[in-house]
Write a protein that binds this ligand. Structure first.
Ligand SMILES: Cc1ncc(COP(=O)(O)O)c(C=O)c1O
Length: 283
Protein backbone atom coordinates (compact mmCIF):
# COMPACT_ATOMS: atom_id res chain seq x y z
CA UNK A 1 0.00 0.00 0.00
CA UNK A 2 1.25 3.48 -0.63
CA UNK A 3 -0.49 6.59 0.58
CA UNK A 4 1.57 9.64 -0.26
CA UNK A 5 1.62 11.03 -3.78
CA UNK A 6 3.42 14.05 -5.19
CA UNK A 7 1.26 16.38 -7.21
CA UNK A 8 2.33 19.74 -8.60
CA UNK A 9 4.78 20.63 -5.88
CA UNK A 10 3.17 18.97 -2.86
CA UNK A 11 3.36 15.59 -1.13
CA UNK A 12 -0.20 14.74 -0.16
CA UNK A 13 -2.17 11.68 0.95
CA UNK A 14 -3.46 10.06 -2.22
CA UNK A 15 -7.03 10.38 -1.00
CA UNK A 16 -6.55 14.18 -0.92
CA UNK A 17 -4.64 14.50 -4.21
CA UNK A 18 -6.66 16.45 -6.75
CA UNK A 19 -6.33 17.45 -10.38
CA UNK A 20 -8.12 20.34 -12.03
CA UNK A 21 -11.08 19.49 -14.25
CA UNK A 22 -9.43 21.49 -17.04
CA UNK A 23 -6.19 19.53 -16.90
CA UNK A 24 -5.43 18.63 -20.50
CA UNK A 25 -4.56 15.11 -19.43
CA UNK A 26 -8.11 14.69 -18.18
CA UNK A 27 -9.77 16.40 -21.18
CA UNK A 28 -7.57 15.32 -24.10
CA UNK A 29 -5.20 12.57 -22.83
CA UNK A 30 -2.64 15.24 -23.66
CA UNK A 31 0.17 13.83 -21.58
CA UNK A 32 2.73 11.09 -21.11
CA UNK A 33 3.73 8.73 -18.34
CA UNK A 34 6.29 6.21 -17.33
CA UNK A 35 6.58 3.45 -14.76
CA UNK A 36 9.93 2.76 -13.12
CA UNK A 37 10.91 -0.32 -11.12
CA UNK A 38 12.29 -0.13 -7.59
CA UNK A 39 14.28 -3.10 -6.31
CA UNK A 40 15.38 -3.15 -2.67
CA UNK A 41 14.45 0.53 -2.24
CA UNK A 42 16.50 1.66 -5.26
CA UNK A 43 15.29 2.82 -8.66
CA UNK A 44 16.64 0.40 -11.27
CA UNK A 45 17.69 1.49 -14.78
CA UNK A 46 16.46 5.01 -13.96
CA UNK A 47 18.44 6.70 -16.75
CA UNK A 48 16.87 4.48 -19.40
CA UNK A 49 13.37 5.24 -18.12
CA UNK A 50 14.01 8.96 -17.82
CA UNK A 51 15.47 9.05 -21.34
CA UNK A 52 12.22 7.47 -22.56
CA UNK A 53 10.14 9.97 -20.59
CA UNK A 54 12.15 12.87 -22.06
CA UNK A 55 11.66 11.43 -25.52
CA UNK A 56 7.89 11.07 -25.03
CA UNK A 57 7.71 14.68 -23.78
CA UNK A 58 9.83 15.89 -26.70
CA UNK A 59 7.67 14.11 -29.30
CA UNK A 60 4.53 15.80 -27.90
CA UNK A 61 6.35 19.12 -27.31
CA UNK A 62 5.43 19.16 -23.63
CA UNK A 63 7.84 21.08 -21.44
CA UNK A 64 9.82 19.11 -18.84
CA UNK A 65 8.24 19.83 -15.45
CA UNK A 66 11.62 19.91 -13.67
CA UNK A 67 15.25 18.83 -14.09
CA UNK A 68 16.15 15.14 -14.10
CA UNK A 69 17.92 15.51 -10.75
CA UNK A 70 14.84 17.15 -9.21
CA UNK A 71 12.54 14.46 -10.60
CA UNK A 72 14.80 11.73 -9.23
CA UNK A 73 14.66 13.45 -5.87
CA UNK A 74 10.83 13.56 -5.94
CA UNK A 75 10.60 9.89 -6.94
CA UNK A 76 12.99 8.84 -4.17
CA UNK A 77 11.07 10.98 -1.69
CA UNK A 78 7.78 9.28 -2.66
CA UNK A 79 9.44 5.87 -2.17
CA UNK A 80 10.85 6.98 1.20
CA UNK A 81 7.66 8.59 2.50
CA UNK A 82 5.72 5.41 1.70
CA UNK A 83 8.38 3.12 3.24
CA UNK A 84 8.55 1.04 0.08
CA UNK A 85 11.31 -1.34 -1.01
CA UNK A 86 10.01 -3.36 -3.94
CA UNK A 87 7.59 -1.22 -5.85
CA UNK A 88 6.99 0.73 -9.02
CA UNK A 89 6.91 4.49 -9.39
CA UNK A 90 4.36 6.06 -11.72
CA UNK A 91 5.24 9.44 -13.24
CA UNK A 92 2.74 11.38 -15.31
CA UNK A 93 3.24 14.72 -17.04
CA UNK A 94 0.41 16.51 -18.83
CA UNK A 95 0.52 19.73 -20.84
CA UNK A 96 -1.15 21.55 -17.97
CA UNK A 97 -4.39 23.26 -17.08
CA UNK A 98 -6.12 25.60 -19.53
CA UNK A 99 -9.61 26.34 -20.90
CA UNK A 100 -10.60 23.53 -23.28
CA UNK A 101 -9.17 24.25 -26.72
CA UNK A 102 -7.31 21.70 -28.85
CA UNK A 103 -4.39 24.03 -29.68
CA UNK A 104 -1.44 24.18 -27.28
CA UNK A 105 -2.19 26.79 -24.60
CA UNK A 106 0.38 29.54 -24.05
CA UNK A 107 2.22 30.15 -20.79
CA UNK A 108 0.93 27.02 -19.06
CA UNK A 109 3.05 24.90 -16.75
CA UNK A 110 2.96 21.10 -17.18
CA UNK A 111 1.26 19.10 -14.41
CA UNK A 112 3.36 16.47 -12.65
CA UNK A 113 2.09 13.49 -10.68
CA UNK A 114 4.31 10.89 -8.98
CA UNK A 115 2.85 7.87 -7.17
CA UNK A 116 4.27 4.55 -6.02
CA UNK A 117 2.76 1.18 -5.58
CA UNK A 118 3.95 -2.04 -3.93
CA UNK A 119 5.13 -4.63 -6.39
CA UNK A 120 2.90 -7.68 -6.44
CA UNK A 121 4.94 -10.83 -6.99
CA UNK A 122 3.38 -13.08 -9.62
CA UNK A 123 1.60 -16.06 -8.02
CA UNK A 124 4.07 -19.01 -7.99
CA UNK A 125 1.55 -20.92 -10.06
CA UNK A 126 1.85 -18.40 -12.89
CA UNK A 127 5.62 -18.81 -13.11
CA UNK A 128 5.33 -22.58 -12.84
CA UNK A 129 2.59 -22.95 -15.45
CA UNK A 130 3.17 -19.91 -17.65
CA UNK A 131 0.62 -17.39 -18.86
CA UNK A 132 -2.08 -17.54 -21.51
CA UNK A 133 -2.40 -14.82 -24.14
CA UNK A 134 -5.03 -14.17 -26.79
CA UNK A 135 -4.55 -12.24 -30.01
CA UNK A 136 -6.68 -9.24 -31.00
CA UNK A 137 -6.40 -6.60 -33.75
CA UNK A 138 -4.10 -3.70 -32.88
CA UNK A 139 -6.47 -0.73 -32.83
CA UNK A 140 -4.10 1.87 -31.41
CA UNK A 141 -2.92 5.12 -32.95
CA UNK A 142 0.13 5.30 -35.20
CA UNK A 143 2.64 6.60 -32.60
CA UNK A 144 2.89 3.73 -30.15
CA UNK A 145 6.52 4.65 -29.50
CA UNK A 146 5.27 7.58 -27.39
CA UNK A 147 4.24 6.53 -23.88
CA UNK A 148 1.05 8.56 -24.06
CA UNK A 149 -1.60 8.38 -21.32
CA UNK A 150 -4.26 7.64 -23.94
CA UNK A 151 -4.57 3.90 -23.40
CA UNK A 152 -8.17 3.09 -24.24
CA UNK A 153 -7.29 0.62 -27.04
CA UNK A 154 -4.87 -1.11 -24.65
CA UNK A 155 -7.59 -1.18 -21.98
CA UNK A 156 -10.04 -2.87 -24.38
CA UNK A 157 -7.44 -5.44 -25.42
CA UNK A 158 -6.52 -6.29 -21.82
CA UNK A 159 -10.20 -6.56 -20.90
CA UNK A 160 -10.79 -8.95 -23.81
CA UNK A 161 -7.92 -11.08 -22.50
CA UNK A 162 -9.31 -11.07 -18.96
CA UNK A 163 -12.77 -12.05 -20.22
CA UNK A 164 -11.21 -15.06 -21.96
CA UNK A 165 -9.22 -16.10 -18.91
CA UNK A 166 -5.91 -14.89 -20.35
CA UNK A 167 -3.30 -12.64 -18.79
CA UNK A 168 -2.45 -10.57 -21.84
CA UNK A 169 -3.56 -9.75 -25.37
CA UNK A 170 -1.03 -9.77 -28.19
CA UNK A 171 -1.90 -7.11 -30.72
CA UNK A 172 -1.92 -8.01 -34.41
CA UNK A 173 -1.21 -5.42 -37.12
CA UNK A 174 -2.83 -5.24 -40.58
CA UNK A 175 -0.20 -7.63 -41.98
CA UNK A 176 -0.97 -10.34 -39.43
CA UNK A 177 2.18 -9.62 -37.43
CA UNK A 178 2.40 -9.29 -33.66
CA UNK A 179 3.26 -5.76 -32.56
CA UNK A 180 3.37 -6.25 -28.76
CA UNK A 181 1.13 -6.92 -25.77
CA UNK A 182 -1.37 -4.41 -24.39
CA UNK A 183 1.14 -3.51 -21.65
CA UNK A 184 4.10 -5.79 -22.35
CA UNK A 185 6.69 -6.54 -25.05
CA UNK A 186 6.32 -9.77 -27.06
CA UNK A 187 8.99 -12.38 -27.77
CA UNK A 188 9.23 -15.88 -29.21
CA UNK A 189 11.96 -18.48 -29.60
CA UNK A 190 11.72 -20.27 -32.95
CA UNK A 191 11.84 -24.09 -33.19
CA UNK A 192 15.60 -23.62 -33.84
CA UNK A 193 15.94 -21.61 -30.62
CA UNK A 194 16.45 -18.18 -32.22
CA UNK A 195 14.96 -15.33 -30.21
CA UNK A 196 12.68 -13.00 -32.12
CA UNK A 197 11.21 -9.66 -31.06
CA UNK A 198 10.02 -6.74 -33.13
CA UNK A 199 12.53 -3.92 -33.67
CA UNK A 200 11.81 -0.51 -32.19
CA UNK A 201 9.82 1.82 -34.42
CA UNK A 202 6.55 3.72 -34.33
CA UNK A 203 4.55 0.44 -34.07
CA UNK A 204 5.69 -0.47 -30.54
CA UNK A 205 6.67 1.08 -27.25
CA UNK A 206 10.44 0.78 -26.76
CA UNK A 207 10.15 -1.41 -23.65
CA UNK A 208 12.87 -0.80 -21.10
CA UNK A 209 12.73 -4.36 -19.75
CA UNK A 210 13.03 -5.47 -23.36
CA UNK A 211 16.14 -3.30 -23.77
CA UNK A 212 17.72 -4.80 -20.63
CA UNK A 213 16.83 -8.32 -21.79
CA UNK A 214 18.31 -7.54 -25.22
CA UNK A 215 21.59 -6.66 -23.47
CA UNK A 216 21.39 -9.95 -21.55
CA UNK A 217 20.68 -11.89 -24.77
CA UNK A 218 23.78 -10.37 -26.36
CA UNK A 219 25.90 -11.00 -23.25
CA UNK A 220 24.81 -14.65 -23.20
CA UNK A 221 25.58 -14.97 -26.91
CA UNK A 222 22.07 -16.17 -27.79
CA UNK A 223 20.89 -15.88 -31.39
CA UNK A 224 18.63 -12.90 -31.91
CA UNK A 225 16.50 -11.70 -34.80
CA UNK A 226 15.04 -8.21 -34.47
CA UNK A 227 12.08 -8.55 -36.83
CA UNK A 228 8.28 -8.78 -36.71
CA UNK A 229 6.84 -12.28 -36.29
CA UNK A 230 3.41 -13.48 -37.35
CA UNK A 231 0.65 -14.99 -35.24
CA UNK A 232 1.23 -18.34 -37.03
CA UNK A 233 4.93 -18.20 -36.21
CA UNK A 234 3.99 -17.59 -32.58
CA UNK A 235 1.67 -20.65 -32.62
CA UNK A 236 4.59 -22.75 -33.92
CA UNK A 237 7.21 -21.29 -31.55
CA UNK A 238 9.31 -23.39 -29.20
CA UNK A 239 8.86 -20.79 -26.45
CA UNK A 240 7.05 -17.49 -26.06
CA UNK A 241 7.36 -14.91 -23.32
CA UNK A 242 6.62 -11.32 -22.45
CA UNK A 243 8.72 -8.66 -20.80
CA UNK A 244 7.61 -5.65 -18.76
CA UNK A 245 8.58 -3.54 -15.78
CA UNK A 246 6.12 -5.31 -13.50
CA UNK A 247 6.34 -8.86 -14.88
CA UNK A 248 10.10 -8.95 -15.71
CA UNK A 249 10.26 -11.99 -18.03
CA UNK A 250 7.16 -14.16 -17.99
CA UNK A 251 6.73 -17.41 -19.93
CA UNK A 252 3.69 -17.76 -22.16
CA UNK A 253 2.43 -21.30 -22.58
CA UNK A 254 -0.87 -20.80 -24.45
CA UNK A 255 -1.70 -18.53 -27.37
CA UNK A 256 -5.36 -18.41 -28.41
CA UNK A 257 -5.88 -21.62 -26.46
CA UNK A 258 -3.11 -23.51 -28.31
CA UNK A 259 -0.13 -24.81 -26.33
CA UNK A 260 3.23 -23.21 -27.08
CA UNK A 261 5.89 -25.89 -27.59
CA UNK A 262 5.17 -28.54 -24.99
CA UNK A 263 2.77 -26.21 -23.16
CA UNK A 264 5.24 -25.71 -20.31
CA UNK A 265 7.57 -22.81 -19.46
CA UNK A 266 10.83 -23.27 -21.34
CA UNK A 267 14.48 -22.92 -20.32
CA UNK A 268 15.24 -19.78 -22.37
CA UNK A 269 12.62 -17.61 -20.63
CA UNK A 270 13.72 -18.96 -17.24
CA UNK A 271 17.35 -18.11 -17.96
CA UNK A 272 16.50 -14.63 -19.16
CA UNK A 273 14.28 -13.97 -16.13
CA UNK A 274 17.05 -14.96 -13.78
CA UNK A 275 19.59 -12.78 -15.62
CA UNK A 276 17.18 -9.84 -15.68
CA UNK A 277 16.51 -10.03 -11.93
CA UNK A 278 20.25 -10.14 -11.27
CA UNK A 279 20.83 -7.12 -13.52
CA UNK A 280 17.99 -5.20 -11.80
CA UNK A 281 19.55 -5.74 -8.38
CA UNK A 282 22.89 -4.40 -9.59
CA UNK A 283 21.48 -1.54 -11.66
C1 LIG B 1 2.27 -1.08 -24.83
C2 LIG B 1 3.40 -1.50 -23.97
N1 LIG B 1 4.38 -2.26 -24.47
C3 LIG B 1 5.42 -2.68 -23.73
C4 LIG B 1 5.52 -2.34 -22.39
C5 LIG B 1 6.67 -2.83 -21.59
O1 LIG B 1 7.57 -1.78 -21.36
P1 LIG B 1 8.49 -1.73 -20.09
O2 LIG B 1 9.40 -2.91 -20.15
O3 LIG B 1 9.25 -0.45 -20.24
O4 LIG B 1 7.61 -1.78 -18.89
C6 LIG B 1 4.54 -1.52 -21.82
C7 LIG B 1 4.64 -1.12 -20.43
O5 LIG B 1 3.87 -0.35 -19.91
C8 LIG B 1 3.45 -1.08 -22.61
O6 LIG B 1 2.48 -0.31 -22.11
Amino acid sequence: MSRIAYINGRYVPKSHAQVAVEDRGYLFSDGVYDVLPVHGGKLAFAERYLDRLDRSLGELRIEKPMSRAALLHVMNEVIRRNHLRNCSVYVQVTRGVAPRDHKFPKGVKPSLLVMARTWKAPPPDLLAKGAAVITVPDQRWARRDIKCISLVANVLAKQAAAEQGALEAWLIDNDGMVTEGSSTSAWIATPKGELVTRPNGTEILPGITRSVVLDVVRDLGLTLQLRPFSREEAYAAREAFLTSTSSFVLPITRIDGKPVGEGKPGPIAARLREAYVKAAHHA
